[in-house]
Each structure stands twice: as structure tokens, then as C-alpha cells.
Ligand binder design. Sequence first.
Ligand SMILES: NC(=O)C1=CN([C@@H]2O[C@H](COP(=O)(O)OP(=O)(O)OC[C@H]3O[C@@H](n4cnc5c(N)ncnc54)[C@H](OP(=O)(O)O)[C@@H]3O)[C@@H](O)[C@H]2O)C=CC1
Ligand SMILES: CC(=O)N[C@@H](CCC(=O)OP(=O)(O)O)C(=O)O
Length: 312
Amino acid sequence: MKPVVYIDGKEGTTGLQIFERLGSRDDIDLILIDEDKRKDTAERKKFINAADIVFLCLPDAAAREAVALCENDKTRFIDASTAHRTDPAWDYGFAELSEAHRAAIMQSKRVANPGCHASGFISSVYPLVKLGIVPADYPLTCSSLTGYSGGGKKLIAEYEDPNRDPRHDSHRIYGTTLKHKHLPEMVHVCGLQEKPVFVPILGDYYKGMASTIMLHNSRLPGQPTAQDIHAALTKYYEGQKLVRTAPFGGEEPVIYSSGMAGHDSLQLIVCGHEEQTIVTALFDNLGKGASGAAVQNMNLMLGFEETTGLTI
Ligand SMILES: NC(=O)C1=CN([C@@H]2O[C@H](COP(=O)(O)OP(=O)(O)OC[C@H]3O[C@@H](n4cnc5c(N)ncnc54)[C@H](OP(=O)(O)O)[C@@H]3O)[C@@H](O)[C@H]2O)C=CC1
Ligand SMILES: CC(=O)N[C@@H](CCC(=O)OP(=O)(O)O)C(=O)O
């Protein structure tokens, strides 16, 4: 019997991209709710309880409600929302962080898919903290560029409206209260003692992210150079298919935030010199930042090959 899979929120931005990755697979049985019943709670409850794996591609409140609709012990969830990412009853769905993360995902019934900005930040900070290169109380800063699909259907409509605010042509710094919703998972997953100063920036393009952390090498134990940090990250992710380190300094002297759009893997680019280092995570908010990561998690949970079938 093939595993039965249901995407709750399939008509949304993340849900559609998961469907795109799963629609043609013959190793799973993808069940599809009638479009006009996709918000009917009783119908969703039937689908949730019939499935072995449920993807939740919903706002936080609807994701919590969907989990509460489950009345059996068999259904396993992968939640793309922010609802459960720091919940101890859920496993954090970023397999490359450690073998313990991957093992937990494989047997998990409740996987919280990482936030898009959080994925970029955590991919560099988690290993650097674990290796003792960045102390847990280091005052980290991060700027993170994103395309507008990161905000779902509402933001896509706003940016693709022919009568939109002309200022949308320029970049938009947001999260200016410095309380972005991904901060709790960044702190929790990396074991930080200080909240990073986190500055998300929205650009006038569909998808692709570049999340950059900035380090003063003289404030780090042993004063590593940027090259040392590059070597440490390269070794840490050696053998991973979906997280890779670019050659030191990157392949060219500029970084485009859409550089990994359309790919399901994340690339780390380390630049700098003896005194300062920046590490940029380059990826697709709908790839390793959401739908691609969700499908990777499903593959791990079901014992399939980890990669997603899309360009890595
Ligand atoms: N977009 C991205 O890059 C990322 C998104 N996420 C997270 O994934 C989740 C989905 O986001 P995204 O796809 O962007 O959002 P969208 O707004 O594009 O899609 C959400 C979908 O959920 C549907 N929906 C809303 N309420 C309910 C409900 N009560 N029952 C059933 N369906 C419902 C919406 O219906 P309708 O079509 O009628 O609006 C819509 O189709 C969010 O929690 C988001 O934060 C995480 C990482 C990245
Ligand atoms: C461009 C934009 O608005 N992006 C969203 C993040 C989308 C996302 O990752 O949502 P989750 O928190 O559910 O993961 C934001 O910064 O709030």
C-alpha cells in the first residue's frame, strides 16, 4: 500500500509548490479535496484522518485547528506555518543541522517546517555555535532579502497589482519593530543567549532569498579568519545534497538574491578577510525555505530518497 498524502491549503503559494513536486509521483497516493470544500472543516477532517502524511500550508490558527481535527494515532504532520516551530512536542525539520535532527525527522509524527528567513539564518549560525566559533551570547546581526512570494497570496496580489504603490519598485525594509516572527525559532534552535538584530528586506521580484550574518572576527574565540570560517562550514556540510558551501568568496564578487530561485538546495557563501566575515545563505523561499524542505521532510519520514526531484 502506498502512503496516503494530503495537502491542506493546496491552493496557496506553498501548497501549490508542494503539489508541483508531488503531482507526478507514483510512490505515494495523493488525495485531493474538492476545491469548493477545501475550507469545509468536516471534509478536511475526513481527509486529515484518512492520510498517513498531511502537509499544513495554512495560516498559524488554521494549522493548529487542523492538528486538533486529527483523531487517530497514524496521521503524521508536516506544518509549514510558524505555529509549532518552538513546540517541544514537534521536531524541527532541518535535517542537515545534525544527524540527531535527521533521525528525529525520520521517526517523527509532528515535523515543524522551518521559516524561510529562519532557514537562512540557522543554516550558518547553528553550526558556527555548535563548533564554538560563534559564542551563544555573541551579538549577531542579520539582514535577509526576500522575493514577494514569501508573503503568500496577499503579498503576491499586492506586488502584481497594475495599480500598485509605485514605491514597490524599490526595496522595502520591514519588521522594523525588531520582533519578526522567526526570531523565536532562530534563538531556540541555535541555543542563543542574545536575540539577533534581524532586518528583513522585501524586493520587487517573485522568489529567492539571501540571508546574511555579519561577524567581527576579533570578537570571536581564537580570532578565526573568514577563510577559517569557510573551511569549518564546508567541512560541517560535507556530503549533504541540499546544503552546500560555495568556494571561498563566492563564484563572483556580487550576490544576487534570486541566485538560487528554482532550486531546492541552499548555498552558503562566505566572504571577508582577517578582520570581518559575512556568511550569506542563498536559496529559494519556496524551495529549501518552504515547499522543497517540506517534501524533503516527507521523503525522510517515509524512508524515500531525501532529494525532492526538483533541481537541487
Ligand atoms: N510563501 C512562502 O515562501 C512561505 C510560507 N510559509 C508559511 O506557509 C503557510 C502558508 O503560506 P502561503 O502558502 O505563503 O500562504 P497563502 O496565503 O498563499 O496560502 C494559504 C492558503 O491557506 C488557505 N486557507 C486559509 N485559511 C484556511 C482554512 N481555515 N482552511 C483551509 N484553508 C485555509 C488559503 O485559502 P485562500 O486560497 O482562500 O486564500 C490559501 O489557499 C503560512 O503559515 C506561511 O507563513 C513558510 C515559509 C515560506
Ligand atoms: C515576504 C514576507 O512577508 N515573508 C514572511 C515570511 C514568510 C514565512 O516564512 O512564513 P512563516 O513564518 O510561516 O515561515 C515574513 O517575513 O513574515
